[in-house]
Design a protein around this ligand. Structure first.
Ligand code: NAD
Length: 505
């Protein structure tokens, strides 16, 4: 059996059940291997523990290397990514079904993440030196130790990378378990790390699903879990770690994201002399919010909130027309599609079931979400008017289906935007600067944009969710904050503290 894991620098065959990943477009096998067993999970965790600091030889491990040496290896990884951009993008496309242009964008983001992480580490952990009385106050940053990274399928390279790069720069070692739907991309990334010259055991790779993740979480010397995925899984991990105060947990989960559109998109007057150009620009931003990556982004807008007025009626007509004309197709098509297949036929099935449930509760289908004859995983995007529907489910439906709600005024729009347990992304299109300030202060979300789509978060900013979207540990530019423990020191070299003497204590 092909080696599918990497433990202590060696590629080894998994000894557990078989696992394969399929190309969502045509169900061709992309990767086949075996999952890790409980024993192999333990071996990977032990390898990562040993690589932090080598207890046997007394030599310092990864945590003891200089920050310059770590940065040099991370930059070599960046060079490998740069030199193999096309290969990686093509693999992501084959394993996820995302169109190639999107996968090229994902690889570009992975490359940019390296310099951003180096910059974030020096900026957010800038040396602090200040006097406290006669002592110098200093902060030193100590790596956490062994970090378990659990990845999702939708950005199989970028999202784990956004956690692994800062964690490695900070001196941690890693056990990485990619999504069981994208094992090939996971393996590619770990091979690249190894080629970059990481010492054995600093990054280890496990393949498998929930059970493999659970064995790793249960390992007693674990120091941190960095999770990106669904609320269901995030909650299960949170429960599993209950009482383990020594394990740092970062949860990056889903959303039920609102997008509010007010008339007069520029806020200060029309964007263009031609009002139809405004409508077209707004429709474009709605499409980019709801349907990019076939709706499989955590930041995708799920609920479009419009005022009940004539301008919004016209906008909705423009949007309906645009959604019907979106280019849907397979990754190899020429020209490339805007919307490719979902991750699997089962994911497409669950989106169709969601549309049916909405319609059964009284939703009015404006554009039908429907299967394309060419692939079981390929869906034409849908739009459904849910105004006045009494029972609305506050769930994340991870695909190309946008709900529309009509409300009487801006206050009602804000109330509806907040009518969710999630709090990841939100956007206001149109309105005035004052209205945006109100929106930003009142809408509960970690990303709140104005005249920009909900998707496409900036790598220069923090990225995290409130409510059931996260646990107050943002990643993005802030990811470095969860990669080490700050150690506080008061130093008074050669000057014992005399104040107790003076007080005759
Ligand atoms: P998922 O929750 O099914 O899986 C994510 C990872 O967790 C996988 O590696 C999986 O094997 C593991 N896992 C699943 N159940 C587990 C359990 N009980 N215990 C331990 N590990 C478990 O997520 P997915 O379907 O791969 O990804 C889509 C989800 O990810 C969506 O909900 C999306 O919103 C979310 N997401 C969030 C962000 C963010 O930054 N907030 C980014 C991308 C995706």
């Amino acid at each position: 059996m092909t080696p599918s894991l990497r433990i202590a620098g060696q590629k080894v065959a998994g000894q557990g059940p078989e696992l394969s990943s399929l190309n969502p477009a045509d169900q061709a096998v992309v990767w086949r291997g075996r999952q890790a067993t409980e024993l192999q999970v333990e071996q990977a965790m032990q390898a990562a523990t040993a690589a932090v600091a080598d207890g046997e030889t007394g030599a310092s491990g990864w945590a003891g290397t200089s920050s310059e040496d770590r940065t040099a290896i991370v930059r070599r990884y960046e060079t490998i990514l740069r030199e193999s951009q096309d290969e990686l993008a093509e693999l992501i496309s084959r394993e996820t079904g995302k169109p190639l242009w999107e996968c090229q964008g994902e690889v570009a983001t992975c490359i940019a993440k390296v310099e951003l992480s180096i910059q974030a580490a020096s900026e957010r952990r800038a040396p602090l030196q200040t006097m406290v009385g006669e002592a110098t106050a200093e902060v030193d940053y100590r790596p956490l130790g062994v970090v378990l990274v659990l990845g999702p399928y939708n950005f199989p390279a970028h999202l784990p990378g956004g956690q692994m790069i800062p964690a490695l720069l900070a001196g941690n070692t890693i056990v990485f378990k990619p999504s069981e739907l994208t094992p090939a991309v996971g393996e590619w990334l770990v091979d690249a790390w190894q080629q970059a010259g990481l010492p054995a055991g600093v990054v280890n790779l496990l393949q498998g699903g929930r059970e493999v993740a659970e064995w790793a979480i249960d390992y007693p010397q674990l120091d941190a879990v960095m999770f990106t995925g669904s609320l269901r899984a995030g909650r299960a991990i949170h429960r599993r770690l209950a009482g383990r105060t020594d394990v740092l947990l970062t949860l990056e989960m889903g959303g039920n994201n609102p997008l509010v559109v007010l008339p007069d998109p520029a806020g200060q007057g029309a964007l263009d002399d031609d009002p139809s150009a405004d409508l077209s620009q707004v429709a474009g931003m709605i499409v980019a919010s709801a349907y990019v990556t076939a709706g499989q982004r955590c930041t995708c807008a799920r609920r479009l909130i419009l005022l009940d007025d004539d301008w919004s009626d016209t906008l909705l007509e423009t949007l309906i027309d645009r959604v019907k004309r979106l280019r849907v197709g397979l990754p190899g098509d020429d020209p490339e599609p805007f919307i490719g297949p979902l991750i699997s036929p089962a994911a497409a099935e669950s989106m169709l079931a969601a549309q049916l449930a909405f319609a059964q509760h009284g939703g009015r289908v404006l554009v039908e979400l429907r299967r394309d004859a060419r692939s079981q995983a390929l869906l034409h995007p849908g739009l459904i008017d849910m105004t006045g529907v009494a029972v609305s489910q506050d769930e994340e439906h991870f695909g190309p289906l946008l709900q529309v709600y009509r409300v009487p005024d801006f206050e009602a729009a804000i109330r509806l935007a907040n009518d969710t347990r999630f709090g990841l992304a939100a956007a206001l299109i149109g309105g005035s600067a004052e209205q945006f300030e109100q929106f930003r202060h009142q809408v509960r979300a970690g990303v709140v944009n104005w005249n920009r789509q909900t998707t496409g978060a900036s790598g220069r900013l923090p990225f995290g969710g409130l409510g059931d979207s996260g646990n107050h540990r943002p990643v993005g530019y802030w990811a470095v904050d969860a990669c080490s423990d700050p150690v506080a020191s008061l130093l008074a070299e050669g000057k014992p503290n005399e104040s107790f003497d003076r007080m005759q204590l």
